[in-house]
Each structure stands twice: as C-alpha cells, then as structure tokens.
Design a protein. Structure first.
Length: 221
C-alpha cells in the first residue's frame, strides 16, 4: 500500500511507499501536482525572464511581489521531487526564460531516494536548461528544523547533497546560492525562519530575496 503523508501542502512519501510505487512515479500520486500542472497549462503568461522551479518551499511565496518584478514565474509545486520536476521541464522551456532558479531535494530525501540519484536528476535538469539556452541557478536544498521528523539523519543527507551540488556548480561555472548560511547556519533551520519545521516564514524568505537580487543584477535583470 502506498503511504503518503501530506503536511502543509508538502507531500512526503515514506521510503516503504517509495519502494512500492517506484521513485520515478511518486509525483503521479500527488494531487497537488496534478492540479498545478493543469493551472500551468491554463495561465496566460507566455514569457518570463525568470522561473522559480521547486517544491512547496518555492511555491510558498508570491515571487512577483517579493521581488517586485512582473516577469518572474512561480513553478513550485507542493510535494514535488526531482522526478516530478524533470517531467515538467517543458513548462519551464515554454516560457523562454533567461534564468531558472532551482531548489529541490528535500522531498526526495524524505521519500528515501538515494542522494546520488537526486544529484543525477539535478544534473539532468541543469543539462536540459542549458540545452534550451536557459541559465541555471542552483539553490541549496534547505535543512529542516530539529523539531521536524527524522531531522538529524535527514539533515546529514541534505549536507551530502549540497556538497555535491556546490562542487558541481563550481566545476560547471554555475551560480550556487547557499541560502542555508542565512537561515540554517548550524545545519538546522532556525526557529524564526519556519512555522512548522519545514516551510518558511518571512524571516526565511528575506535573505533568499537578498541573494536573488544580486544574481538578477549580475544578469542584467
């Protein structure tokens, strides 16, 4: 039986359920994913200079208002993992953005997907963006708060994933935004930056905005 835990719009699938379902098809049982995919097809926006790609942490803020820009598209979906993102890259390409800022991995980790597999999927996303002449920006996978379930063991995996991403970004000359240094300096999400141990408050999004503003200026956006 598939075991699915839906917490504040972030779908976390147990590792046992992942084994039964198959890592690469978990997104298909995420109802939020189905709804948002339909909305993405319906939206009137035809072009966006910037796309924010991710899960519910990305989805959880109005990027147009946060950044004060009309040409930014939110393509975060609650509960999504790297397989789900790979499945919907056409929804990024169709907007013909200059930049795509990617944050992924925490749902994969909580579903028991191996770090090496997550990293491999990440590289596929980056390769796809580059093939479509989109500049990728890798954003660190965020740590969870110590009060969140299995925080200690899974935060260790977050560190492993971020180490791989940071080295890859340096080797490929890709911008890497370490949001954790602001909101999780001790490898755990600070209390004031989260309302449930996982999702962000305004205190969590504020330094993220600052990091993005510098990147956008770098690319003349």
């Amino acid at each position: 039986m598939k075991k699915i835990i839906l917490v504040s719009c972030l779908l976390l699938v147990l590792a046992s359920g992942a084994s039964a379902q198959g890592y690469d098809t978990l997104y298909r049982v995420n109802k939020t994913y189905t709804v948002q995919m339909g909305l993405h097809r319906l939206y009137s926006m035809q072009r966006a200079a910037i796309v924010m790609l991710g899960n519910s942490i990305t989805y959880g803020v109005n990027w147009v208002e946060l950044m004060g820009r009309q040409t930014i598209a939110n393509r975060g979906i609650g509960g999504d993992n790297t397989y789900g993102m790979l499945n919907r890259m056409d929804h990024v390409y169709s907007l013909q953005p200059k930049l795509c800022c990617v944050m992924a991995g925490i749902n994969d980790i909580y579903a028991g997907i191996p770090v090496d597999t997550i990293f491999s999927n990440y590289k596929k996303m980056i390769d796809g963006l580059r093939t479509h002449h989109v500049v990728p920006v890798i954003q660190s996978t965020l740590y969870v708060n110590t009060k969140w379930k299995k925080a200690d063991e899974n935060n260790l995996l977050v560190t492993q994933l971020n180490d791989l991403l940071k080295k890859f970004a340096a080797a490929e000359k890709i911008d890497f935004l370490d949001i954790n240094k602001h909101i999780a300096p001790e490898h755990a999400l600070r209390d004031e930056c989260t309302y449930d141990g996982l999702h962000l408050t305004a205190a969590g999004y504020a330094p993220w905005r600052t990091e993005l503003e510098e990147i956008f200026k770098k690319y003349g956006l």
